[in-house]
Design a protein around this ligand. Structure first.
Ligand code: FES
Length: 195
């Protein structure tokens, strides 16, 4: 036969309020302790998550290469020069052209030398060979006919694309033209520097 603790037996029988309250209190405290300890554990986890990655993940800094493209003195108005940037991977083919009029991002004494990626921002149509001297434009794209204005940072003039053509940032050092960066994401890449 099981012998109950006298205090618990009294609580069960309602004989001793104090004893009953003591038993109940004991039970509540235990549950509270459990809940409290669980809450603390949760807080620690939540606090720990944001802190840990910062402490352990190294910063990644990407920089564009500085690549010699051409000699300014060798360029002739409306005669494009092809090159690859920022690497030799997929979709890196680009056009360098002296437009003969002041243009957004243009370098040189006339601020008319610009460079753009050759891949259409709509669905990757190839724009090689589509330079139009009369309009200073690239296109129409062979897939869906978008045309881009090279005097205004490659904004689309007409067609299906809704993003400007990525512009290659240029720098002039004496007679040397360098590609030093890009403005806009190259089609088909999540990162311009990851071919
Ligand atoms: S891929 Fe160039 S307009 Fe669609």
């Amino acid at each position: 036969m099981t012998v109950l603790d006298p205090k618990i037996a009294a609580a069960i029988n309602g004989e001793n309020d104090e004893a009953a309250q003591a038993g109940t209190r004991k039970c509540l405290i235990n549950r509270r302790q459990v809940l409290l300890s669980g809450g603390i554990a949760t807080s620690l986890v939540m606090v720990g998550i944001p802190g840990a990655p910062e402490a352990q993940t190294p910063a990644v800094i990407s920089t564009y290469p500085r690549k010699l493209i051409a000699k300014l003195s060798a360029l002739k108005t409306d005669e494009p020069f092809d090159f690859e940037y920022p690497d030799e991977g997929e979709y890196a083919e680009s056009i360098l052209v002296k437009l003969g009029q002041v243009s957004g991002g243009g370098i040189g004494p006339d601020k008319d030398v610009v460079a753009f990626n050759y891949t259409c921002t709509h669905q990757g149509g190839p724009l090689q060979g589509t330079y139009q001297a009369a309009d200073k434009a690239l296109g129409p794209c062979p897939l869906h006919l978008t045309t881009f204005d090279l005097t205004r940072h490659g904004i689309f003039i007409s067609g299906q694309a809704y993003q400007s053509l990525p512009q290659v940032l240029l720098e002039l050092d004496g007679d040397d033209i360098y590609a030093v960066g890009m403005f806009g994401l190259i089609y088909g890449r999540f990162d311009n520097l990851q071919a």
